[in-house]
Design a protein around this ligand. Structure first.
Ligand SMILES: [Fe+2]
Length: 240
């Protein structure tokens, strides 16, 4: 996590005006990955997202080396959290899915077993953050092409965080059919200076389609509170 930048009211206004009602990237399910740890955490994060104006959230728990989630873990967890949201008067609608990291330990098995898309055919794909070598023999451009051929819409999670990627890498992934998803706060320094610069470059190229929060814990929502100029502890009125 990068250092917070001085508040820029112009950026905050721009972001809040453009904030979608739909978050396609969120680690809100409790206990499944490095996101929410407890139900209490999940309810807190859900309350903040609702306060920012979100109405629907795709629960994209990691499928990675450390967190081997599969549809059988996220679907029941999502149903349970949906019930708890209802009990607690937080009107967010949840959809179960996964954030699929393209690594040999998990991705080929998901391809064999079947994917869990959102919006019918969207699949959130993550590449390794630090070393592209973690993909082994997997060629991400080929994987994107193959998903598109099968009728899926691959969505590339936070391309601004792949500092190893060249302009040609981005162009190849985009031309293969990946939609690019920027993380809320990346331009303003949530992930540090280099990803912020990279996000601005990708914005200039006009390649982003989606804005996701990638919310993991309170550090993220504290940043969003600051970014959006919302005092902490101020909630939208919840439903009874
Ligand atoms: Fe994520």
């Amino acid at each position: 996590m990068g250092k917070f930048k001085p508040h820029d009211g112009e950026i905050a206004r721009l972001v809040i005006e453009r904030l979608p009602e739909f978050d396609c990237h969120c680690h809100i399910l409790p206990g499944l990955d490095d996101g929410a740890k407890t139900l209490e955490d999940s309810l807190y994060l859900a309350g903040r997202l609702f306060t920012y104006g979100y109405k629907r959230v795709v629960c994209t728990s990691h499928s990675s080396f450390l967190y081997r989630n599969i549809p059988e873990t996220v679907v029941p967890a999502c149903e349970r959290l949906q019930e708890e949201l209802q009990k607690n008067g937080i009107p967010l609608s949840l959809t179960p899915s996964l954030e699929y990291r393209l690594i040999p330990e998990t991705w080929p098995e998901h391809r064999r077993r079947g994917l869990l898309p959102w919006e019918g055919n969207h699949i959130l794909i993550e590449l390794p953050i630090r070393q592209r070598e973690q993909m082994g023999e997997i060629n991400p451009v080929e994987e994107i092409r193959s998903l598109v051929r099968e009728g899926y819409q691959p969505v590339l999670a936070h391309p601004e965080r792949y500092l190893w990627a060249s302009q040609k890498d981005y162009e190849d992934l985009f031309e293969a059919g990946a939609a690019f998803q920027r993380n809320l706060g990346s331009v303003e320094g949530l992930y540090g200076d280099a990803p912020a610069e990279r996000a601005k470059t990708i914005l200039r190229w006009g390649l982003y389609t989606f804005l996701g929060t990638d919310t993991h814990d309170k550090r993220y929502t504290d940043f969003f509170d600051w970014l959006l100029g919302i005092p902490q502890g101020v909630d939208n009125e919840k439903e009874d």
